[in-house]
Design a protein around this ligand. Structure first.
Ligand SMILES: Cc1ncc(COP(=O)(O)O)c(C=O)c1O
Length: 396
C-alpha cells in the first residue's frame, strides 16, 4: 500500500530547517505604544520599525473620528459590501480619495493585501500576462497567482527588461505592475519609463503606492505625482492605508468601468466582511491631515537625510533610498539578528528582515523613520547602530 506523507513530519522538518537557517519568526508583544515609543517586556524602546511614517496612528483627531463613528455606527460593518456592509462613511472616503487623486472612482478594501488580490484576480485570467518587478510586494505576486495568468518577473527597476517581457507576449492582454516605493529597499520605481513602455505595448500600468502615498509628492500624492503621472498613465492605483495614513485598509483607484468590474467580480471583495465604517471615518480625517500638514513630510525628509549623513559618515553601507525606509543590508540572517538584538539592548527597536521577505544573503535591518522622531533619537540610533555593527563584526 502506498504510504501517504505525514503532514506532521513535514511541519517538524520545516521547523528544524528554519531553526538551522536562523529564519524562525516570533511576534513581539507590544505592551504600550506612545508615539514613537513602545514598551516591550516592561522596557521602553524607541521604535524605528513601524510604517506610521507621519505619526497619524495616534493623532487625536484621527482617534476621535474613529471613536465617534464607532459610537454611532457600531464596531463591525456586519456584512460584505454587496450585501449590506457598504456604509455612507465608506462611500465618502471613496469619493474623497477619487477626487483628491484625480480618478473617476475608488473602492475601499479591508487591507492592502486583499486589495491587490482582488484587483489582479478580477482584471486578469488564464492566457493573460502580468509583468512585475522582482521586488514587488508579495501580495502583487499572490494576486497574479490567484488570477491564474502567466507571471513574468523582471530584474529590479529594469524597465528595458520589462519591455522585453511584454514584447515576448504580444498576443496576451497585459498588466505591468510595480510598487511605487519598494517596501524593503525604499527606492522608487522608474515610473515614467514604465508608463511609456506600457503605452507602447498596450499594457495596463498598475502601481501599488503603499509606501509613497502621504509621504512624497505635493500634498503627499505619492510616487505617481512625483513622476508627473496621473490616471491616464496609471489606470489602476492601489493605496494601502496601514502606513502613512496610520489606519487600516486600502483604496483602489481607476475608471468607472475598471472599479465597477472589480467591485462586482473580485472574490476578495465579494466574499469578505466590509471594513468597519469607523475606520473609513478615521481615514477621512487622516486624508485631511495628510493634505494639510505638509510639515510632517518636511520633518520626515530632514530626519531621513540626517540619519543617512550620520551612517554614511561612519561607513555603513546604506542603500540609495530617500524615503523613510532605510535598509542596511547585513548579509547573513545571524548577523542581522545580532545587530537587531544589540540595538534592542541599547533601547531601539529595529526588526531583522530575513528570507523569504528578502532574498537569501540579503538579510537586513529595515530602519523606518517617523515624522515624530526627534533629532536626538535619530542621532542616538545612528551611534548605537555603528557600535552594534562594529561589535558584531568583531564577534563574527
Ligand atoms: C507595497 C505593499 N503593498 C501592499 C501591502 C499590504 O498592505 P496591508 O498591510 O494593508 O495588507 C504592503 C504591506 O506591507 C506593501 O508593502
Amino acid at each position: 500500500m502506498a504510504s501517504r506523507p505525514r503532514l506532521g513530519d513535514r511541519l517538524a522538518a520545516a521547523l528544524a530547517a528554519r531553526d538551522a537557517a536562523a529564519t524562525r519568526r516570533v511576534r513581539r508583544r507590544i505592551e504600550a505604544r506612545n508615539g514613537t515609543h513602545v514598551t516591550l517586556d516592561g522596557r521602553e524602546l524607541v521604535n524605528f520599525c513601524s510604517n506610521d511614517y507621519l505619526g497619524l496612528s495616534q493623532h487625536l483627531e484621527v482617534v476621535s473620528a474613529f471613536q465617534e463613528a464607532s459610537a454611532n455606527h457600531g464596531v463591525g460593518s456586519t456584512a460584505s459590501a454587496l450585501v449590506c456592509g457598504h456604509h455612507e462613511e465608506h462611500a465618502l472616503l471613496e469619493s474623497e480619495f477619487a477626487s483628491w487623486m484625480g480618478y473617476e472612482r475608488a473602492l475601499y478594501f479591508g487591507s492592502g493585501y486583499l486589495a491587490n488580490l482582488a484587483a489582479m484576480q478580477s482584471l486578469l485570467g488564464p492566457g493573460d500576462v502580468c509583468v512585475q518587478d522582482k521586488l514587488n510586494h508579495a501580495c502583487l505576486l499572490d494576486g497574479a497567482r490567484l488570477a491564474f495568468c502567466e507571471l513574468k518577473r523582471y530584474p529590479h527597476r529594469d524597465a528595458e527588461a520589462a519591455l522585453r517581457q511584454l514584447m515576448s507576449e504580444p498576443e496576451a492582454a497585459a498588466v505591468l505592475a510595480t510598487d511605487g516605493v519598494f517596501s524593503m529597499d525604499g527606492d522608487l520605481a522608474p515610473l515614467r519609463d514604465l508608463a511609456l513602455l506600457a503605452r507602447a505595448q498596450d499594457a495596463l500600468l498598475y502601481v501599488d503606492d503603499a509606501h509613497g502615498i502621504g509621504v512624497i509628492g505635493p500634498e503627499g500624492r505619492g510616487s505617481i505625482a512625483v513622476a508627473g503621472l496621473g490616471s491616464r498613465e496609471v489606470p489602476v492605483l492601489v493605496l494601502p492605508l496601514g502606513k502613512a495614513f496610520g489606519g487600516q485598509g486600502a483604496i483602489v483607484l481607476g475608471s468607472n468601468s475598471v472599479i465597477g468590474h472589480i467591485a462586482e467580480t473580485a472574490r476578495p471583495y465579494l466574499f469578505t466582511t466590509a471594513p468597519p465604517p469607523a475606520m473609513a471615518a478615521a481615514m477621512r480625517t487622516s486624508l485631511r491631515l495628510v493634505r494639510a500638514e505638509s510639515w510632517r513630510r518636511a520633518k520626515l525628509i530632514s530626519l531621513v537625510m540626517r540619519l543617512r549623513r550620520r551612517l554614511l559618515h561612519d561607513g555603513l553601507p546604506l542603500q540609495e533610498s530617500y524615503s523613510p525606509i532605510q535598509p542596511l543590508v547585513l548579509g547573513s540572517n545571524e548577523r542581522a539578528l545580532a545587530v537587531s538584538a544589540a540595538l534592542q539592548e541599547a533601547g531601539y527597536l529595529v526588526g531583522a528582515i530575513r528570507p523569504p521577505t528578502v532574498a537569501d544573503g540579503q538579510a537586513r535591518l529595515r530602519i523606518t523613520v517617523n515624522a515624530l522622531h526627534t533629532e536626538a533619537e535619530v542621532d542616538g540610533l545612528a551611534a548605537a547602530l555603528v557600535r552594534a555593527c562594529q561589535q558584531t563584526l568583531v564577534e563574527a
